[in-house]
Write a protein that binds this ligand. Structure first.
Ligand code: NAD
Length: 353
């Protein structure tokens, strides 16, 4: 595959490949857009089956970050880094220092942070060789775990969609949550406090037991979560939860959750809409996490401290943006994911001038 022929190439400003002989680092940093500001997005370490697979992931994820940052009204563009390798066996501090040199060579065009397979302690090593890294602990600008902020944004999104689709508040509404990890567990607590009835599934039995004890949620087997009688389906596990295989099984009127890339492909958004289900576009509803990270970058750049008030105001703005997307989808009778894509592209184009 050549880069410019890839179906996932969408006018990316820069795609950079890095190799470090000493540490074995193989990394791709994709900068989709810097129109709104420096590209920001995490670094994923994954045992990709091929370099093409890694490139595809970097292209898709970096474009996704442009859209997510634009919808969260952040002065950041979109970028993403991938490191090719097994995060369980191939991590060394030196590898992440070499990755830091790669990030630094882009001169601040790209800010990195955590993603799948990369932890704050890995980023401590990266920090030794570049300042363009967020998601570290133990300093005044540190933003900490983004999950509670993500969950708060998702909670408001669920409430909004229930109001629009079912014309009621959350009391007695049945919500099926797939995945009760960081985001799913916080979301469950908030929904329970608002009077919702919960049905939960996870492959992690300990996480399930903890959430059920706190919220009175009903636990179902992992695959059964698609078949339960519920009003809302909240995907909070991995991507691709909504597919041609799972969609016909869902009995819900709303799909709204924290997971990234919930739709198995772009076409399924239309099918979701045609079935009369209101879908909250994932990269809009789950933008709380990147808002939290952006607050850290802001503080690092200004040499100041993390500002929780700024995060709260951006989260309010994000809730308004989601409401605009949902209302436009309803009034124009078009899938919400298409409406969101259009708004995101327009915001990026406007910044390009
Ligand atoms: P996490 O790893 O803490 O939680 C994911 C949970 O899903 C785990 O408990 C895991 O056991 C469970 N799971 C895995 N496969 C499953 C399956 N087949 N069925 C049911 N459960 C399954 O991750 P997280 O930080 O809570 O993130 C959840 C999702 O939200 C991810 O898609 C992530 O990319 C997205 N997201 C997270 C944040 C954040 O702030 N953490 C921000 C934006 C988006």
């Amino acid at each position: 595959m050549t880069l410019f022929d890839s179906p996932d190439f969408e006018g990316h400003e820069g795609v950079h490949a890095f190799f470090d002989e000493k540490t074995g680092l193989k990394s791709i940093i994709a900068v989709h857009s810097t129109a709104r500001g420096p590209a920001a997005g995490g670094c994923r370490m994954w045992d990709y089956s091929s370099a093409d697979a890694a490139l595809t992931d970097a292209l898709r994820l970096s474009r996704g970050m442009s859209y997510k940052n634009a919808m969260a009204d952040l002065d950041f563009g979109g970028g993403k880094a991938v490191i090719i390798g097994d995060s369980r066996s191939q991590k060394t501090p030196e590898l992440f220092e070499a990755f830091g040199r790669a990030v630094d060579s882009l001169g601040g065009q790209y800010w990195t942070a955590e993603d799948v397979g990369v932890s704050p302690s890995d980023l401590e090593s990266t920090r030794k060789t570049t300042r363009f890294v967020a998601g570290l602990e133990g300093h005044a600008a540190a933003s900490g775990d983004p999950s509670p902020v993500t969950a708060e944004g998702v909670f408001r999104g669920v409430r909004l969609c229930v109001e629009r689709a079912l014309n009621r508040d959350l009391k007695g509404v049945r919500v099926a949550i797939q995945g009760v990890g960081h985001v799913g567990a916080y979301l469950a607590e908030k929904l329970h406090a608002a009077g919702a009835e919960l049905i939960i599934a996870d492959v992690n039995q300990v996480a399930l037991a903890e959430v059920a004890a706190k919220t009175g949620a009903t636990i179902v087997p992992t695959d059964a979560i698609f078949d339960v009688e519920a009003d809302v389906f909240a995907p909070c596990a991995l991507g691709g939860a909504i597919s041609n295989a799972t969609l016909p099984r869902l009995k819900v009127k709303v799909i709204a959750g924290g997971a990234n890339n919930q739709l198995a492909d772009a076409m399924i958004g239309q099918t979701v809409f045609d079935r009369g289900i209101l879908y909250a576009p994932d990269y809009v509803i789950n933008g709380g996490g990147i808002i939290n990270v952006a607050a850290e970058i802001r503080a690092l750049e200004a040499g100041g401290a993390f500002d929780g008030g700024w995060v709260a105001s951006k989260l309010d703005r994000l809730a308004q943006t989601l409401a605009e997307v949902i209302d436009q989808s309803i009034s124009e009778k078009r899938p919400a994911n298409l409406v969101a894509d259009e708004i995101a592209r327009a915001r990026i184009a406007a910044a390009r001038g």
